[in-house]
Write a protein that binds this ligand. Structure first.
Ligand SMILES: [Zn+2]
Length: 297
């Protein structure tokens, strides 16, 4: 399998145009699909499939956000802010197949909102308002910070190292609301006995990953509205098992439903509760083998 980046200095220079939030979401969803297709092709090749035709990717410095000539300094003009997790397996630009100057990225374990994070966000929406069209929260499956929050919830006595480390606790504490909401949603969707299920911890982690992204999105939406900013906030979860960013466990049916990939932030706490119920129901409705691969943690 050959991947060829081809630069033709005589082809027309077409700057990236992002007209509105819907166009920005389309770029992110389509980029994630390209990334997933590329990795899937490599995986098939590893398993002995035909190499197929070379994949040719035309490149242009301006479209890629690179300086066109020596000494040039591009103006900063990202079309999206992304709040993601620090997890090394989820590099934001790569997951969305975006390049230099496309994304203003905030990464912190568990994609939770801290004051420094909010300061960066306010800087972006104030100084980069012309180019910014959308704000994104990106969680991911098997998140270590969410697992720590779940373990603290299930067995608080065993986690004194977290309890007595303020910096770590501040992360885990912020995720607790998502864990408790997920526990309630699983109980309502699966019955009171679900807490005795041998896979309960994995179910709780898997639900909380989605709900935690939604909590951050709700908070970000409120912050932006308080400051008079109008950029919509959307959220999704990168699934290792499918390589896709989705807002519910499992893979969206074809044709691609882009609103299921990056969903609008909940507007109220009631919306958040309804979303948690939707996630728990979707997870419990998955075939067992599919669910097992989606809940490995
Ligand atoms: Zn994580």
């Amino acid at each position: 399998m050959d991947v060829i980046y081809r630069y033709d200095p005589y082809s027309p220079i077409i700057p990236k145009q992002v007209s509105d939030a819907a166009a920005a979401v389309d770029l992110l969803v389509d980029g994630n699909q390209r990334f997933a297709d590329m990795v899937r092709t490599m995986q098939m090749r590893t398993m002995g499939a035909d190499a197929g035709e070379p994949l040719v990717i035309p490149v242009c410095p301006v479209t890629l956000g690179l300086p066109l000539y020596e000494g040039a300094v591009p103006s900063q003009a990202p079309f999206a802010v992304v709040l993601g997790c620090s997890d090394a397996r989820v590099p934001t630009e790569t997951v969305f197949d975006q390049w230099f100057n496309d994304l203003f990225v905030l990464r912190i374990a568990g994609n939770v909102l801290g004051s420094e994070c909010l300061g960066s966000l306010h800087y972006a929406v104030k100084h980069l308002a012309d180019s910014l069209k959308v704000v994104v929260v990106l969680g991911h499956t098997t998140c270590g910070a969410v697992q720590a929050a779940v373990d603290t919830y299930l067995a608080p006595a065993n986690f004194s190292d977290i309890a007595y480390t303020y910096a770590l606790r501040s992360l885990v504490d912020q995720i607790q609301i998502a864990v408790r909401g997920s526990a309630q949603a699983l109980k309502e969707a699966g019955g009171a006995d679900i807490a005795n299920d041998p896979e309960y911890r994995s179910l709780l982690v898997s639900t909380a990953v989605y709900v935690n992204a939604a909590v951050s999105a709700l908070e970000l939406r409120r912050e932006l509205r308080l400051r008079g900013s109008r950029q919509p906030v959307v959220f999704g979860v990168y699934q290792f098992e499918t390589l896709m960013v989705e807002s519910l466990p499992g893979k969206s049916e074809e044709p691609i439903d882009k609103s299921q990939r990056l969903r609008r932030a909940p507007a109220t706490p009631d919306d958040l509760v309804a979303y948690a119920a939707e996630v728990a129901t979707a997870l419990l409705a998955m075939p067992l083998d599919e669910r097992r691969s989606a809940t490995i943690s």
